[in-house]
Design a binder for this molecule. Structure first.
Ligand SMILES: NC(=O)c1ccc[n+]([C@@H]2O[C@H](COP(=O)([O-])OP(=O)(O)OC[C@H]3O[C@@H](n4cnc5c(N)ncnc54)[C@H](O)[C@@H]3O)[C@@H](O)[C@H]2O)c1
Length: 285
């Protein structure tokens, strides 16, 4: 049974990257179902965010906060303004993301012939991973991963590395999230026509390959955010179908790494459970 979307009435939802693409559709769906919405997107998206808000049926339940999610001060302001306006934050959708505009291994040289720091690669990791970690929410969190968080076939180095990081964040946050009563889940879209896929969307469609619409992905995001049964789950959305994949992965570990190693991992995990978590090393200095 899909969760009842009416439970969104009077909940407050922040969607990072909510001015465009999948995030903008998530904003519409949350709002249509009674939520207060906060669009947290870059200052350059102001007019898209304002157009989106004026297209909503009730703009008193909508707020735009210009935000760079990789900047902690911006994030503090985002939470402050959301709480001032709506009294609290119940759901955060960590959706903002970007893809590099040049290849990672294309290192440039400076005027002295020295290799230049790969700043574009760092920028992508800062947005996609650090930005998703810049999150002090205590409600329901949905991380927007990607099939690139599971597979590396397209060779987009920084994007894939950062999205694998999102899956790591999903898995590693469960212990403390359960302790705090926070639900952390993910949605991993496959091809969905938006700005990110704009340079090959046409070719994808001409090939006749199935594609998600932003509505399909937004609905998976909204359902995941309110489904109290979901903790540490990830919904793959591909060709309009939605499938939970973290449980399936956990069940397949013995086939993947062998029953003996799976057993060893389980026993090691049990020890950490008994110790109340992984005992952290002291700082060296
Ligand atoms: N479209 C797809 O096929 C696809 C597939 C897998 C995953 N995703 C993921 O879905 C999410 C949404 O992407 P989309 O396809 O809607 O792309 P999009 O480019 O249409 O939207 C991304 C939004 O993020 C915002 N953003 C970028 N950097 C930001 C920053 N530093 N601070 C705040 N906002 C920032 C952009 O301004 C934009 O509004 C991303 O995390 C993306 O990686 C998309």
């Amino acid at each position: 049974m899909p969760p009842d979307l009416r439970s969104l009435s009077s909940k407050t939802v922040i969607v990072t990257g909510g001015a465009n693409g999948i995030g903008a559709q998530a904003i519409r769906t949350f709002h249509e179902n009674g939520a207060n919405i906060v669009i947290a997107d870059l200052p350059a998206t102001r007019s898209a965010a304002e157009d989106l808000i004026s297209s909503l049926s009730d703009s008193s339940r909508a707020l735009y906060v210009p935000t760079d999610i990789s900047n902690w001060d911006n994030m503090k302001l985002l939470y402050q303004q959301s709480i001032d306006r709506f009294g609290g934050v119940d759901i955060v959708i960590a959706n903002a993301g970007a893809m590099e505009s040049k290849e990672f291994y294309d290192f440039e040289r400076d005027e002295n012939g020295e290799l230049k720091e790969p700043v574009e690669a760092h920028r992508i990791v800062d947005i996609n991973l650090k930005g998703a970690m810049n999150n002090g929410s205590r409600g329901s969190i949905v991380l927007i991963a990607s099939t690139s968080g599971y597979f590396g076939g397209t060779s987009i180095v920084s994007y894939i590395a950062s999205k694998h990081g999102i899956i790591g964040l999903l898995r590693s946050s469960q212990r403390v999230a359960n302790h705090l009563g926070v639900r952390v889940n993910a949605v991993a879209p496959f091809f969905t026509p938006t700005h990110i896929t704009g340079s090959y969307s046409q070719k994808w469609m001409e090939r006749g390959l199935p594609a998600n619409s932003v509505e399909d992905v937004a609905l998976a995001i909204v359902r995941t955010s309110i489904d109290s049964e979901m903790k540490g789950h990830c919904c793959l959305v591909a060709g309009k179908k939605t499938r939970e994949i973290e449980d399936a992965r956990a069940r397949l570990v013995p086939q993947w790494i062998g029953a003996d190693m799976a057993q060893l991992m389980t026993e090691g995990g049990r020890l950490f459970d008994e110790l109340g978590g992984y005992p952290l090393p002291k700082p060296r200095i």
